[in-house]
Design a protein around this ligand. Structure first.
Ligand code: SF4
Length: 529
């Protein structure tokens, strides 16, 4: 199927070479990339980092693909994409769905990994396309039933006839494999109405053009600067271990009030192990076991649990419990306690609940000005543990200016983990073109890391995982800083680094601002489990 116009070499050094087996597949991709260059169909301008792109109709099957791979190997393209249609194998795949290969499996079982898959898949999803990530296997022919069966056994979610040969031609350059489902076992291509699947697949290939262009534009060798410390703190590790031990030691359901820590991956991992997350105790059956989250609870929640005869296990971080104790002490001594924090955060709700009549939330300098203590000589302040030191400092200065004798906690309420992670992100911000902060949208300390990096003058983005990374953030970024909030699993950082390696060679360094060795003991209820 390849012809004189389909030979690589006109891409321009560093450009994107797209291998599409059939001419109509090549045409769909070419139109999609042209849409991207015009800024239509998704809004990404300038395909392939400005170095141009070339779409090659490389021909169907093993022989033509091997020959095309040889030509590709000799070309000066900077990045390689393999795009075309495929047969869907896994349940849930429908004609028109896109498949981004995480691994390409050859007919002989040889596997080539595609680390950038989550980045491309995320970009496609944000464009509104239905996308699946997983292994794609190359089979010997359209009717290779044995090959399809082997592919399924090897974990493939889709099959094609070329990718495993073509990807060899990438020869270490950044490469992705993007396939659009034309048929599935339920909707075979060579049956009446089957061609509609092919049409849907070609339409999806065209719509994928802007994401493909964005991927190519982001390809480049780069440096990755990791902030140290990052990721789990002692309070989060303890809270997760408490739930795991409670699950291991119980045949009955284990309920957890609120997210145990503010991270979607942690919560879904524990859900898969059997934990049942609820918002309120009313959702917990009488007599059941319930774990209180790391953010702490108000005494009224404990009282309700006791009244309902619930078995409670308290995963409140000891450093949050310390703030609760301070609140009780100041309130008992007749102080008005100003809690510096953010409204609606579970930790703040729990702390305020210790002495509702004696405490008030202060979020801004204006809130300080509005304080009306019965006795200005009896004002105390406390802080949410996960605040930005700078932000809290401004409010505290205003409070001390108005109430010079205001009493504070014996030791800082902003915890060691928050402080260390903010110092660490500052240490990488100066040298990074962009900072990625792993953490969920409701994670206070993760959001503060974004703000801290931004205050240091660098673009910073909060991402739950690799799939949230907008490829445009990385275009032209030769140094990417990475950190993670105290509730974000370390594995997410490893996955981000791995995905970046799919955009070009990556040199990883770490700036360690502090070392941590703190561990907290477990509550008695789970010590023996
Ligand atoms: S961030 Fe600080 S207060 Fe929160 S769980 Fe971790 S150590 Fe405890």
């Amino acid at each position: 199927m390849s012809g004189p116009d389909d030979r690589p070499g006109r891409t321009g050094p560093g450009g994107l070479a797209v291998c599409a087996p059939l001419r109509f597949e090549a045409r769909a991709v070419r139109r999609g990339l042209a849409d991207a260059a015009r800024g239509t169909g998704g809004g990404t301008r300038g395909a392939a980092g400005g170095a141009g792109f070339e779409v090659l109709a490389t021909g169907m099957g093993a022989r033509r693909s091997r020959a095309a791979a040889e030509r590709l190997r000799a070309s000066d393209a900077g990045a390689v994409a393999i795009a075309g249609t495929c047969g869907g194998l896994a349940p849930g795949l429908e004609p028109g769905d896109l498949v981004v290969a995480t691994v390409v499996i050859g007919p002989d079982g040889r596997r080539v990994s595609c680390p950038a898959a989550p980045l491309l898949a995320g970009q496609l999803r944000r464009a509104g396309l239905r996308v699946h990530e997983g292994p794609v296997a190359t089979v010997r022919g359209l009717h290779d039933a044995a090959g399809r069966s082997r592919a399924l056994d090897r974990g493939a979610i889709a099959v094609d006839m070329e990718s495993s040969y073509l990807i060899e031609g990438a020869a270490g350059r950044p490469a992705v494999v993007l396939r659009a489902v034309s048929d599935t076992p339920r909707r075979p291509l060579l049956r009446p109405g089957g061609m509609a699947g092919g049409v849907a697949a070609l339409r999806s290939l065209r719509l994928a053009g802007p994401a493909l262009a964005a991927w190519a534009a982001a390809t480049s060798p780069r440096e990755v600067l990791l902030a140290g410390p990052r990721s789990f703190c002692a309070g989060v590790e303890r809270a997760i271990e408490i739930v795991e031990r409670a699950l291991d030691g119980s045949t009955a359901p284990v309920y957890v009030r609120k997210q145990i820590v503010h991270n979607t991956h942690v919560v879904s991992g524990l859900e898969q192990r059997g934990a049942v997350f609820v918002d309120e105790l009313t959702e917990v059956p009488d007599g059941a076991t319930v774990v209180f989250s790391a953010h702490g609870v108000a005494p009224s929640v404990r009282a309700e649990a006791s009244r309902r005869s619930l078995d409670t296990i308290d995963a409140t971080c000891p450093l949050v419990a310390k703030v609760h104790a301070e609140a009780r002490r100041f309130a008992t001594d007749g102080y008005l306690v100003a809690l510096i924090g953010h409204a609606g955060h579970e930790e703040v709700d729990g702390t305020l609940g210790e002495a509702p009549g004696a405490m008030t939330l202060v979020q801004t300098v204006a809130d300080v000005a509005a304080l009306e203590p019965a006795d200005p000589a009896k004002v105390a302040y406390l802080m949410q543990t996960t605040l930005s030191a700078e932000e809290a400092g401004v409010i505290l200065d205003a409070l001390l200016e108005r109430f010079p004798g205001a009493r504070g906690p014996g030791s800082d309420d902003i915890c060691y983990a928050t402080t260390n992670r903010q110092q660490a992100v500052r240490a990488i911000a100066d040298d990074a073109d962009v900072v990625l902060v792993a953490g969920s949208a409701n994670s206070s300390n993760s959001k503060r890391l974004v703000e801290t990096a931004e205050r240091a003058g660098v673009r910073a983005y909060l991402i739950d995982d690799t799939g949230d990374i907008e490829l445009g953030w990385l275009t032209g970024a030769s140094t990417v800083g990475i950190t993670a909030g105290a509730s974000a699993p370390p594995a997410v950082v490893s996955q981000i680094v791995a995905a970046l390696s799919g955009l070009g060679s990556v040199q990883v360094g770490e700036r360690v601002a502090a070392t941590e060795s703190i561990r907290f003991g477990l509550p008695k209820e789970v010590r023996q489990s």
